[in-house]
Design a protein around this ligand. Structure first.
Ligand SMILES: Nc1ncnc2c1ncn2[C@@H]1O[C@H](COP(=O)(O)OP(=O)(O)OP(=O)(O)O)[C@@H](O)[C@H]1O
Ligand SMILES: [Mg+2]
Length: 249
């Protein structure tokens, strides 16, 4: 029996991937400020940005992510998939400590106020694959957060939505330009990461967009799932991704 050689590579650490992207001058402005979780960093990041996302360095599917938001009268709102509490600022650390899993490292990331469609925040998943040398952007779709959720993940009820239609609602007349910018960004991310990690074959970029149409890279998955593309009306992207995936794995 001929065994297929597994040449693809995965990078679990969000921090490591972020550092590599931050070092690229073309990508730097797309990366929300990200630091390791520490009590003093939480206070200074909250002071600076008002809202921050605390997330496991090695996690996925939105699991363990906490949105921490400064409110009025010294109160702070902490919301995750499981918890929702409002506490005075001096109790934030002890509350968050109860949410963090022992033995895991966490990051604090500048919170981005995502643009919304029908009151649901969305971000955009860009899927890149390479069979040989060159990367190809094989999928691009928005995902609308399930009502009331702080994450847009498909596995957490996020609703796939045509990317162009989502971008048009934020950027109206400059939507075509924005689509080009998103695509350029995606290829740039793929080249920057694969220069450092030679074995990468598939990437799933999660990119947010704020009300001004600014693009923000939240995370790059090196083991992206693609089930969400099956939910789009047009299955062209899904079929292409699946065909490539079978050749890669
Ligand atoms: N800094 C942020 N500001 C606003 N929303 C964010 C931020 N970070 C994450 N989110 C929301 O949470 C979702 C999940 O975050 P992220 O992609 O970083 O982690 P994950 O999905 O758990 O990891 P993976 O993508 O590896 O599965 C994002 O798609 C986005 O909707
Ligand atoms: Mg994600």
């Amino acid at each position: 029996m001929v065994m297929k050689k597994r040449v693809f590579q995965q990078i679990a650490s969000k921090r490591l991937k972020t550092i590599i992207l931050e070092q690229d001058s073309r990508l730097k402005s797309y990366i929300p400020k990200t630091v390791w979780y520490r009590d003093d960093q939480l206070l200074s990041m909250l002071d600076k940005y008002g809202t921050v996302f605390v997330k496991p360095d090695k996690g996925g599917g939105g699991v363990g992510i906490i949105r921490v938001k400064k409110g009025k009268r010294g109160l702070v709102e902490c919301k995750s998939l499981k918890h929702h509490k409002i506490v005075p600022m001096d109790q934030v650390h002890s509350l968050i400590d109860t949410y963090l899993k022992p033995g895991h490292r966490y990051l604090i990331q500048q919170g981005i106020p995502l643009a919304e469609i029908n009151g649901r925040p969305f971000d955009i998943r860009l899927m890149l694959q390479r069979i040989d040398k060159d990367w190809e952007l094989t999928g691009m779709a928005a995902k609308l957060a399930a009502p009331g959720k702080i994450v847009t993940n498909f596995c957490k009820g996020g609703k796939p939505y045509t990317a162009k239609d989502a971008v048009i609602q934020v950027c109206t007349s400059s939507a075509s330009q924005k689509m080009i910018e998103l695509k350029k960004m995606a290829y740039c991310v793929a080249n920057a990461l694969s220069e450092r990690f030679k074995g990468l074959r598939e990437l799933g970029i999660d990119a947010g967009m704020d009300d001004f149409g600014n693009i923000w890279i939240f995370e790059v998955n090196t083991r992206p799932t693609y089930g969400m593309f099956r939910k789009l009306k047009n299955l062209q992207m899904y079929n292409k991704i699946r065909k490539n995936h079978k050749l890669i794995i």
